[in-house]
Design a protein around this ligand. Structure first.
Ligand code: AMP
Length: 219
């Protein structure tokens, strides 16, 4: 089962990815997480990545594609994987097509800019694992602590309003053309494309995605 989640920041992709990972035993591969972990290594490259992420821009296609290629080769990806936030550009999509990575279905999360800005205010993350919480919609068991490790949660630097606006701009510039590309190519291939309304509750969206997965597993 190979799934791609596409959606602007704050549309709930990471939250939904979490239960899929547990339920279907496939890893969630988020390029955002891979890049944030790269930053923790404090290398020359990580300084460059940090600067780009902090101004809300997209990291170079080659850097993210190399990270993904390396990650997908790991054994835990044998039963499948969920790509969260990759690809984000047509170039990135072409890069995985070139190495023959086949995708079963794509789910697009759609939400208005107003709701994105409201939701992102409450987001908290556990950097090492990539687990995502929301203070109201998906709170941790103990306030501000990761459910598994008990370590403190943090607010992402790039979740501040100005930076989110920049990230939405990047989404419109690079990822909206990718959506058009996928809508076209999926018509000509076996890949299924679904668009879901991300304004519903976490549970309602979960049910919606569960149905999509079940329908695909039956085929
Ligand atoms: P995310 O955690 O998915 O919201 O990503 C956080 C930031 O990491 C983005 O704003 C980009 O700067 C960078 N990033 C993550 N995934 C990609 C990607 N596929 N292509 C380029 N930049 C990315």
């Amino acid at each position: 089962m190979r799934i791609i989640f596409i959606g602007a920041p704050g549309t709930g992709k990471g939250t939904q990815a979490q239960w899929i990972t547990d339920q279907y035993n496939i890893p969630k591969i988020s390029t955002g997480d891979l890049l944030r972990n790269e930053i923790l290594k404090k290398t020359e490259l990580s300084k460059k990545i940090k600067k780009i992420i902090n101004c809300g821009k997209l990291v170079d296609d080659n850097i993210v594609t190399q990270l993904i290629k390396k990650r997908i080769k790991k054994k835990d990806c044998n039963p499948g994987f969920l790509l969260d936030g990759f690809p984000r550009t047509v170039n990135q999509a072409n890069a995985i097509e070139k190495i023959n990575i086949k995708i079963d279905f794509i789910i697009e999360f759609s939400l208005t800019e107003k709701l994105i800005l409201e939701r992102i205010q409450g987001r908290r993350i556990h950097v090492e694992s990539g687990r995502v919480y929301h203070i109201i919609f998906n709170p941790p068991i103990i306030e501000n602590k990761d459910n598994i490790t008990g370590q403190p949660l943090t607010i992402r630097d790039d979740d501040k309003e100005e930076k989110i606006k920049k990230r939405i701009k990047e989404y419109k510039k690079f990822t909206v053309p990718l959506i058009k590309y996928y809508k076209h190519t999926t018509k000509l291939s076996n890949i299924k494309y679904y668009k879901i309304d991300a304004s519903y509750t976490t549970l309602e969206i979960k049910k919606n995605i569960e149905n999509i997965i079940k329908n695909n597993l039956l085929k």
